[in-house]
Design a protein around this ligand. Structure first.
Ligand code: SF4
Length: 360
């Protein structure tokens, strides 16, 4: 069934009022957000930080990182002056590490090129490292209260349902942006995208839309069709290619051995376990070259294999462990300059792909 909903300016304005009224009663309280009642004044630095962290990350997972980062570095100038290694270590566990590198580059650009003040101009924001159309629009709306077309995956979902868009994403993205722009007004410019996001988080959820309590129900073509969760339509996904690796866990009572990864490439600049190349073929035991340690080969124990999914491939990684005495560990680190020791308490500074190996 194809359903057509009349969308005059008047209808859109009245639907906006209903959603904003719902938002006034149901807005989430978030530590970076200026919400209804304005208990907190929006600060561009905090808004930007939250947006970088929330890319590909949920609010509950990102919030403790946001609290930690803004406590350690309360202003953009503090962050710009922070050592790279410290920022990368504190980012561990949030994933997509290029975001952390861009976070630093952007903080330094704001200090060096804009006197430590984020520009209230979308074109100028877009020139800053790590800023794309979404982040620039989000900072304009959430931090500066300007009318901007903020469209993330959640707002795409609401638009795809309001209009029952049959084209699958990602092809539908330009159309969804254009549909979202039709709802943007100067009036309550900050609240509008925040209201859409809160609706998408608690009412218009991906797998279960609670249409009966939705303030946009009478404006929604997917509800009228009776199958809201059928939207957004998705193109069939190609399976991710598999890669295989071998990680080495060299431990003593005090901790374990890590290496700093090259600055460029996947997980660039982060700490990681020593490992063999991530390749298409499974590593046979006979071809594994273990780090040289004055022990017989039999001292290595195979702990098993774990899976970790990156954006472009799925990794299956074997883990081999060897336990050294404190003296052997000291000698090993002295002989191998490329490696360094970490205490067990430092597990949290490892990216998730390596922290999983320690869980084995
Ligand atoms: S009526 Fe249902 S599908 Fe439509 S916007 Fe509301 S919750 Fe989403």
């Amino acid at each position: 069934m194809v359903v057509s909903i009349e969308r005059t300016d008047e209808n859109v304005s009245s639907a906006r009022q209903r959603l904003l009224g719902w938002y006034d009663r149901n807005a989430r309280v978030l530590p970076w957000r200026e919400g209804p009642g304005a208990a907190l004044k929006a600060d561009p630095y905090r808004v930007w930080m939250s947006e970088v962290m929330l890319q590909q990350t949920t609010v509950p997972h990102a919030t403790p990182y946001f609290e930690k980062f803004t406590a350690l570095w309360p202003s953009v100038a503090d962050l710009a002056a922070a050592p790279d290694e410290r920022v990368m270590a504190e980012w561990a566990g949030l994933g997509y590490y290029s975001r952390a590198r861009n976070l630093l580059k952007c903080a330094r650009a704001v200090v060096n090129e804009h006197g430590g003040v984020f520009p209230a101009d979308e074109a100028a924001l877009l020139k800053l490292p790590g800023f794309g159309p979404y982040t620039a629009a989000a900072v304009m709306a959430f931090a500066f209260g300007k009318a901007a077309n903020v469209v993330d995956g959640n707002i795409e979902r609401v638009m795809s349902r309001l209009y029952a868009v049959k084209t699958p994403v990602p092809q539908a993205r330009p159309l969804l942006r254009e549909l979202a722009a039709r709802w943007v007004r100067e009036d309550r410019a900050r609240d509008w995208p925040q209201a859409l996001m809160d609706l998408s988080a608690s009412v218009c959820r991906p797998k279960s839309a609670s249409c009966l309590i939705c303030p946009l129900r009478e404006d929604c073509a997917a509800f009228a069709e009776g199958q809201p969760e059928a939207y957004p339509r998705k193109a069939a996904k190609a399976p991710k290619p598999a890669r295989h690796g071998v990680a080495f866990l060299i431990t003593s009572e005090d901790g374990f051995v890590v290496e700093r990864r090259p600055d460029k490439g996947l997980l660039g600049g982060m700490l990681g376990l020593p490992h063999l190349e991530w390749r298409a073929e499974v590593w046979g035991e006979a071809e594994i070259v273990f780090p040289s340690i004055r022990h017989c080969r039999d001292a290595w124990e195979n702990l098993g294999t774990y899976a970790h999914v990156f954006t472009h491939f799925a990794l299956n990684q074997q883990v081999w462990r060897i336990e050294l005495s404190a003296d052997e560990m000291t000698a090993f680190l002295r002989e191998h300059n490329a490696y360094q020791g970490l205490s067990w308490a430092d597990v949290k500074t490892l990216p998730t792909v390596f922290a999983k190996a320690l869980k084995l």
